[in-house]
Unconditional design. Structure first.
Length: 198
């Protein structure tokens, strides 16, 4: 993968199947977040390809089957969490009942806060809200970029409980992290390293 003349990584390949939990590791600037964006369908690689299949059939619009949680994905802070959820659902061509919205809000430990402006949330509440939006459409793949950054112990516990629940129901989990302890929770690691050649 290149940005202009800058080579981030090359010859990077891996496979993941239902229930896999993979950690993406590497030094700062190695391209972890770039790889996350490629996997989520936000960026196109300059070489190579990402394939996503279900029942041996390749799915071209893979972004509709993935949930992404990342610090650079902003919530609409002038909206309530419920309004954020309805916007995401509308983009995906879906509609949920109020009881379904309530269930998702409770699932991310924000019961009673769904009708408050997201801009008034704490950082930990905003991260929970991001998980709520990422899981809203029950994606097959959950991609997390530095999911515990700036979270307290309760927030971190929420993240890993959510990861384990997602893994238990067969979702593929990909977590980009610099933390060795966090990477050690995964079934296997993908090491992103910048080549010496440019």
């Amino acid at each position: 993968m290149r940005f202009g003349r800058r080579l981030l990584f090359r010859n990077l390949g891996f496979e993941a199947t239902s229930g896999d939990f993979l950690a993406i590791t590497g030094q700062n600037g190695s391209g972890k977040s770039t790889l996350v964006r490629i996997l989520a369908g936000i960026l196109a690689p300059t070489a190579g390809r990402v394939t996503f299949s279900h029942d041996s059939q390749e799915i071209t619009e893979r972004q509709f089957h993935m949930g992404l949680v990342a610090p650079y994905l902003n919530l609409y802070e002038g909206f309530t969490l419920r309004e954020n959820m309805r916007f995401v659902a509308r983009v995906r061509g879906l509609r949920f009942s109020k009881s379904q919205e309530d269930a998702r809000i409770e699932e991310v430990q924000l019961k009673g806060r769904g009708d408050e402006l997201v801009g008034n949330y704490s950082s930990g509440m905003k991260q929970r809200a991001r998980f709520g939006l990422a899981l809203l459409t029950n994606p097959s793949v959950l991609i997390l970029d530095e999911p515990t950054a700036n979270l307290d112990e309760a927030g971190k516990a929420f993240v890993w409980e959510t990861v384990q629940q997602a893994k238990a129901v067969g979702k593929i989990i990909l977590v980009a992290t610099n933390e060795g302890e966090e990477a050690g929770r995964a079934d296997r690691m993908i090491r992103v390293e910048r080549p010496n050649a440019t």
